[in-house]
Design a protein. Structure first.
Length: 446
């Protein structure tokens, strides 16, 4: 703003220049002049953060209206990673659906698979027929997956705050979990290991020993996070009272998972609506009363400790037995032996199918190509994922393919809280708030 001593009758309207608006002021009190200029300036600055931005956890676009360094309005722009998975499910049979859903939230594939398969089993009416060993392995893998998901949340969140050491530690420990997944399923992610009726195959030799080794290493590693972050005054100053969302806000916006538990409510579907035999496991539901990003970090850290407790109990509960439902009209072969081609086409397996009877071969062919029929109906099934309530609304019209499958993904729901957490705060705190939500865009866009 520039001033000049002009004649009182000179025009007072601002004029545009290459430097911006220039006001011609003709005397008067300076404070009044400044306030009048502020009132006449209705411009707002809108900043696009993303969709390609290192701090947005994927292709998330944040549209921020700012006044100086203060965020006055915040909105999310989503859809940049849309895969059409839910629509694609309508064109594949029920078992093939697992290969799609595992790719939704790619940091928690086993939860996607388990929720989907439990919904299919409920429609089939075979929930009580799932073998105990299959249920135990499902819990085992989900809890290991909870640890790996939280490690990524803490690692990436730390990196965005400048705490690169905690990022290195987080990914270091996650590698151990992915090694276990690779041994059991053959893949580090996108497993399609949990199937309607049970599992694709049993645990391979050496899996239990590897998990036992991991538990010992992880118990030693977890205190390092406390030393690095929990009591670190710089870390606490950056996280405390940032991304604030109280219990009333969580309830209004449907936020679940660590966000809700950091607001003091010990809501966990593993306790409230047990599934897969969770009622038989001994564990606590961690909470905090801070309602901020620091509380969410503490909750995730304690949840990893509780998950280790559950994994230990799973190893104790493992009993020999089948891992697929007995009904041959539903059960895909779960006793595969890898052949030289790595595809399960071992001579023993081929002899078993082709040497038994022609009817057996025809049945296998129809089961794999066409799939089983699911009685008409609909169901909603939910599990407690690392990010909150992961629900599946599955609808069947009586055919071999889903009529409709819709996921209530916690990342999508929790992301709605972004505006409530960020508006009125600093631009730099937006990054902390989004990191504390821990959204994964594969689950948001589906």
């Amino acid at each position: 703003m520039s001033t000049s001593q002009a004649h009182p009758s000179a025009p007072k309207a601002p004029r545009e220049t290459t430097e911006g608006k220039v006001y011609t002021v003709t005397g008067g009190d300076w404070d009044e002049v400044a306030q009048a200029a502020a009132r006449s300036d209705d411009e707002r600055i809108v900043v696009n953060m993303g969709p390609q931005h290192p701090s947005t956890h994927g292709v998330l676009r944040l549209i921020l209206e700012i006044d100086g360094e203060t965020v006055t309005e915040a909105r999310c722009g989503i859809g940049y990673l849309h895969t059409g998975i839910e629509k694609n499910l309508e064109y594949r049979n029920w078992t093939q659906g697992t290969t799609f859903v595992t790719r939704m939230d790619y940091l928690m594939p086993f939860f996607n698979e388990a929720a989907y398969c439990m919904a299919v089993e409920k429609l089939l009416g075979i929930t009580e027929q799932i073998p105990e060993r299959a249920e135990t392995i499902r819990v085992l893998l989900m809890e290991l997956n909870r640890i790996s998901s939280h490690l990524v949340a803490i690692a990436t969140g730390g990196m965005e705050l400048g705490a690169t050491t905690i990022m290195i530690y987080g990914f270091r420990d996650r590698e151990m979990v992915l090694d276990i997944f690779e041994l059991i399923t053959g893949l580090r992610m996108n497993h399609a290991y949990i199937r309607p009726g049970g599992l694709s195959q049993d645990l391979p030799p050496g899996a239990v020993d590897l998990i036992g080794t991991f538990i010992k290493k992880m118990r030693k590693a977890l205190p390092e996070y406390d030393k690095l972050a929990t009591g670190n005054p710089i870390f606490k100053a950056r996280m405390q009272n940032v991304g604030y969302l109280d219990l009333a806000g969580c309830m209004a916006l449907g936020a679940t998972g660590p966000i809700l538990r950091a607001a003091g409510l010990p809501h966990d579907l593993r306790k409230a609506q047990p599934y897969c035999g969770y009622e038989n496991y001994d564990f606590e539901v961690p909470t905090a009363d801070t309602c901020d990003s620091y509380g969410r970090f503490l909750v995730r850290l304690e949840e990893m400790r509780q998950s280790l407790r559950i994994v230990e109990q799973c190893l104790d509960r493992l009993r020999p037995g089948p891992v697929m439902v007995a009904d041959k009209k539903i059960a895909w072969p779960a006793q595969l032996a890898l052949g030289p081609d790595g595809l399960g086409n071992s001579l023993d397996h081929i002899k078993q199918i082709m040497g038994t009877s022609m009817e057996s071969l025809i049945h296998h062919f129809k089961l794999v190509t066409e799939g089983f029929r699911v009685p008409a109906g609909q169901t909603y099934t939910a599990v407690e994922s690392p990010k909150g309530e992961l629900g599946v609304h599955a609808v069947s019209d009586g055919g071999t393919r889903p009529y409709r499958v819709h996921f209530r993904d916690p990342s999508f729901t929790n992301l709605q809280a972004m505006a409530a957490m960020c508006e009125g705060g600093q631009v730099a705190d937006v990054i902390v708030a989004v990191a504390s939500i821990d959204p994964v865009m594969g689950g948001v866009d589906r």
